[in-house]
Design a protein around this ligand. Structure first.
Ligand SMILES: [Ca+2]
Ligand SMILES: [Ca+2]
Length: 81
């Protein structure tokens, strides 16, 4: 089950940019199956960056097997100007 702070984490250049933990029952649609509602989260980060590379890391504080708790990532876009 998804108690509070089973968080999805996003780091850019090793700096935490997002720490999202919706808790049990978040969302209104069972997008990924298993009978529990799921939540979609849109993250947008706009930042100045002058180095020639950067790191983008997805992590979590989940503490159960993926058959019980999981996060997914999709549609990652990086725009440069
Ligand atoms: Ca579900
Ligand atoms: Ca957990």
């Amino acid at each position: 089950m998804f108690p509070n702070d089973d968080a999805a984490l996003i780091y850019i250049d090793n700096v935490e940019k997002s720490h999202y933990s919706p808790g049990n029952g978040a969302g209104s649609t069972d997008l990924c199956g298993d009978g529990f509602t799921d939540v979609e989260v849109l993250n947008t980060f706009v930042m100045a960056h002058t180095a020639s590379s950067f790191t983008l890391k997805f992590s979590s504080t989940l503490d159960s097997p993926a058959s019980d708790e999981s996060w997914g990532v999709r549609d990652v876009y990086i725009f440069l100007s």
